[in-house]
Design a protein. Structure first.
Length: 502
């Protein structure tokens, strides 16, 4: 029973040329940069900034964004080397298959399904919130019973946007890229307006103290499920603000960076992946980190973090309303509403490519890996993903599940960071279009920082994450292991193209 059989790089690349599984190569470096910026710039910059400033970091939310950005940058360097060496759909799943073996590849694929599907569903509900705010009082106003899964029957706008995005994704990767480019341009113009109009209303007093003194958390009496894991393990009284609050804030704002790894999932559809994928990953991350830091400085400079209302769904818009710039609040709501469309789209794109790769390997039903004869897209898994996102976003209140996206992503980053070192040692002969500088230092720092951020998530988040992983292991035991293409080839029941298995 070989749970750690690895799939060679040559074999993975050979399978991309099989006619029934061949994806169109339509993307260039500009497409990838805009995909990266498009998926990262979403609800985080419009919502999470104010929320975390109020509850964890104060004006030092800027430092929280810098820490989260650093964690992503370290992991991104490892992703870039993997993607340039193994330009195949599947991102961390495919990378893990080549370095750790099948069992861990399955675990990370199952983990990515959590990240992308729940992330897309969560952001479809964010879209719904902004949509309802923009069109309140018009003929497009949504009845309360159709505007929320928590307070009504169904979140109809979330369902509609999920299904609309599904149709766009089936229509082709280039169509998705063109729509993404237009909407990203709108988002960047809105962010530029936030910075330009907000700078003139900054008060230096709002930055003092920049890192507020540590205070006990309001829910300090809660139990294990409510406190960060590190405070429970070390017996530390949970607190907000101070250095610990800034780091805990980084764990939360990490949600705002989720998605840059989607660029790696498009490697198989990129014309020159060895050159363009690393540029797309690293370039988009740098751009977005600078934007997040600039917007957080403007927000906390315009309005004291003490005055931000906890639970405010649009703290950035509220800050402009408070200084008399009501038109900016409206503009921000419109920009967020439009911008969240592409975030949902690209997260769903990531999920379809990971599931496509898993199905091609036999770990999921092979029918899911069917490619549309005209559009060159994995249309079967795209439809299933779209329906799943629509059902979750429309029928489930996702407030508790959002942190699952962060812990799942951090776990994926850790495996990729370790995997790039393993592949360096096991296959030094491979051509690498990009090599991670000081790979041992970068990979180690990435693992330690990501692990520390994971420990700053609540015990309840860890419990739900482990339950999801346990379910995944059951699915692998019942189906994946028995139908693995590698396993069948090893037992002589099926031929395997490309190089022999290792």
């Amino acid at each position: 029973m070989d749970l750690f059989r690895t799939k060679s790089v040559e074999q993975s690349i050979a399978e991309t040329d099989e006619p029934e599984h061949r994806l169109k190569k339509d993307l260039g470096v500009l497409d990838l940069l805009i995909f990266g910026v498009g998926v990262i710039v979403g609800a985080g910059i419009f919502v999470v900034t104010g929320t975390v400033a109020k509850t964890n970091s104060g004006p030092a939310i800027t430092i929280s964004f810098a820490i989260a950005g650093l964690a992503c940058a370290l992991a991104a360097l490892c992703y870039a080397e993997f993607a340039s060496t193994l330009p195949v759909a599947g991102s961390a799943y495919t990378f893990s298959y080549a370095s750790f073996g099948e069992l861990l590849a399955w675990i990370i694929g199952w983990d990515l399904a959590l990240e992308f599907t729940i992330g897309a569903a969560a952001l479809s509900t964010s879209f719904s919130g902004y949509f309802q705010e923009v069109f309140a009082g018009t003929f497009l106003e949504v009845p309360s019973s159709l505007g929320s899964a928590g307070d009504g029957v169904v979140d109809l706008p979330a369902v509609v946007i999920s299904l609309l995005v599904t149709a766009i994704l089936i229509g082709g990767i280039k169509l998705s890229s063109r729509i993404n480019q237009v909407i990203v341009a709108i988002k960047l113009l809105v962010i530029a307006a936030v910075i330009v109009f907000g700078v003139g209303h900054i008060s230096g007093d709002n930055y003092t103290p920049f890192i507020p003194p540590s205070e006990p958390t309001p829910d300090a009496q809660g139990g294990f499920l409510d406190h960060t894991l590190i405070s429970s393990l070390l017996g530390i009284d949970p607190a907000v603000y101070g250095l610990a609050g800034v780091i805990a804030g980084a764990s939360i704002v990490f949600f705002a960076f989720i998605g840059f790894d989607v660029v790696a999932t498009t490697a198989e559809e990129t014309k020159n992946p060895q050159r363009d994928v690393p540029r797309g990953i690293l370039g988009s991350l740098v751009i977005v980190t600078l934007l997040y830091m600039a917007v957080s400085l403007v927000l906390t400079g315009m309005r004291s973090f003490r005055d931000i209302e906890e639970g405010d769904p649009a703290p950035l818009a509220t800050a402009f309303d408070a200084v008399g710039l009501d038109f900016m609040g409206r503009l921000i709501s419109i920009g967020a509403c439009i911008g969240l469309i592409v975030v949902v789209m690209i997260l769903m794109l990531g999920q379809t490519r990971v599931a496509f790769a898993m199905a091609r390997d036999g770990l999921l039903p092979k029918s899911l890996a069917k490619v549309h004869p005209r559009f060159g897209t994995p249309y079967v898994i795209t439809v299933i993903t779209g329906v799943a996102v629509a059902l979750i976003g429309g029928l489930v209140d996702l407030a508790v599940l959002v942190n699952l996206v962060s812990i799942g992503t951090l776990f994926a980053f850790i495996l990729v960071s370790v995997g790039v070192v393993i592949l360096r040692r096991s296959r030094p002969d491979l051509h690498r279009g990009f090599r991670t500088p000081a790979v041992y230092v970068v990979a180690t720092a990435s693992v330690l920082l990501c692990l520390y951020l994971m420990l700053n998530l609540t015990g309840g988040t860890w419990v739900r994450f482990l339950v999801w992983m346990a379910i995944g292991l059951v699915v692998y035991a019942v189906y994946g292991y028995r139908h693995s293409r590698l396993g069948l080839a090893e037992s002589g029941r099926a031929e395997q193209p490309g190089e022999s298995v290792t």
